[in-house]
Design a protein around this ligand. Structure first.
Ligand SMILES: Nc1ncnc2c1ncn2[C@@H]1O[C@H](COP(=O)(O)OP(=O)(O)OP(=O)(O)O)[C@@H](O)[C@H]1O
Ligand SMILES: [Mg+2]
Length: 274
C-alpha cells in the first residue's frame, strides 16, 4: 500500500477536492483505495457520505491508541463507501480533542499512531490492512498539528496542491520545510511534486505558472527539481457552483475540463489509463 498525503498549510487550495477525485480515478483503474480523513472539518467524510458528527471518530480512536486494547479487529474502524473498492477512515471534531490529549502524553510513541494502525492493523479476516489496499490517500487540514505529524510519519509521498497566486511559492517552501523536519521520524518521506489547482488561463495566472515552472527548470535555482509539476487542473464554474454536490466531479460532469484534468493527472501519476 502506497500512502500519499495531500498537504498544504494554506486553506482552500483543493486538497479535499483532489483527495476525493484522485481516489475516484484510482478506483476507476481498478485500484483498492483507503481514504484517511485527517481534517476535523470532515469534508472528505462528507463527500463520500460517511460523516457522523456524534460519535468519537475513528481518527480520534486511532490517535488515542484505543484500538490496540479492543477485542475487535482494527478494520472495524474502516468503513466501506458506496464505491466497492473505496473505503474510508472518517473523522469529525473529536479529532481535535484527541490531538490535545496526545500532545499531553509524555511517554510512548506519540507520532507513530497512524503508522502503526496502517501497517500493523488487521482486517476482520486477519489480513493486514496494508495488504488489502493499493493506495491510502490522506486529506490534511490547513495547519500543522500532531495529527499531521502522525500522517507524515506514515506517508510515503506528499503531493502539494497549489493555487497560482503571489503566496504560492511561500506556501510550497513551508511544506518543504515541514517535510525536511518530518524526515527525522520518516527518512524515506518524499515530496513527489505539485498539483496546480483551479487554474485560470488569465494573463496573470499564465505568467505566474510560467514563472513557477522556470523555478523548477532552471538548474541555478535552489528550487530546481524540488517541486516538479505533476499536473494542472483547470478552474471550472461547475465545481465552484456545485460544491454542495457531494460526489466526484466525473460522476456529475464527465466532459468538464476538471474531470478530464484529474483523469489525465492520475494516468500520468500511475502510468495506467482507464
Ligand atoms: N478546479 C476547481 N475549479 C473551481 N473550484 C474548485 C476547483 N477545485 C476546488 N474548487 C473549490 O475550491 C474550494 C476549496 O476546495 P477544497 O475544500 O478542496 O480546499 P482545501 O484545500 O481542502 O480547503 P481546506 O484547507 O479548508 O481544507 C471548494 O469550494 C471547491 O469546490
Ligand atoms: Mg479540505
Amino acid at each position: 500500500m502506497k500512502i500519499i498525503n495531500l498537504l498544504n498549510m494554506k486553506g482552500g487550495v483543493a486538497k479535499t477536492f483532489t483527495v476525493v477525485n484522485m481516489a475516484y480515478e484510482l478506483w476507476r483503474r481498478g485500484y483498492k483505495v483507503l481514504l484517511l480523513d485527517n481534517d476535523k472539518q470532515g469534508n472528505t467524510s462528507r463527500a463520500y457520505w460517511r460523516y457522523d458528527a456524534e460519535s468519537i471518530s475513528p481518527t480520534a480512536r486511532i490517535l488515542s491508541g484505543e484500538w490496540e486494547c479492543l477485542d475487535e479487529p482494527s478494520g472495524e474502524l474502516i468503513q466501506s463507501t458506496d464505491y466497492d473498492g473505496i473505503d474510508i477512515i472518517t473523522t469529525n471534531m473529536s479529532l481535535f480533542g484527541a490531538t490535545c490529549t496526545l500532545m499531553g502524553e509524555n511517554s510512548g510513541d506519540i507520532t507513530g499512531r497512524y503508522k502503526k494502525f496502517l501497517l500493523e492493523g488487521t482486517m476482520k479476516d486477519g489480513s493486514l490492512i496494508c495488504d488489502k489496499y493499493d493506495y491510502c490517500i490522506i486529506d490534511s487540514p490547513p495547519d500543522i498539528g500532531i495529527n499531521v505529524i502522525n500522517a507524515l510519519a506514515a506517508s510515503d509521498e506528499v503531493i502539494v496542491p497549489v493555487k497560482i497566486d503571489k503566496d504560492a511559492l511561500e506556501g510550497l517552501d513551508i511544506v518543504a520545510e515541514q517535510i525536511e523536519d518530518a524526515k527525522a521520524i520518516n527518512p524515506s518521506l518524499t515530496l513527489k511534486g505539485v498539483l496546480v489547482t483551479s487554474y485560470q488561463n488569465t494573463d496573470g495566472e499564465y505568467a505566474g505558472l510560467e514563472w513557477l515552472k522556470k523555478q523548477w527548470e532552471d538548474e541555478s535555482s535552489e528550487r530546481y527539481r524540488k517541486y516538479p509539476i505533476l499536473g494542472i487542473i483547470r478552474y471550472s464554474k461547475k465545481v465552484a457552483e456545485n460544491s454542495f454536490l457531494r460526489k466526484p466531479i466525473y460522476e456529475y460532469s464527465p466532459c468538464c475540463g476538471v474531470a478530464q484534468d484529474y483523469k489525465k493527472f492520475v494516468t500520468a501519476y500511475t502510468g495506467k489509463g482507464r
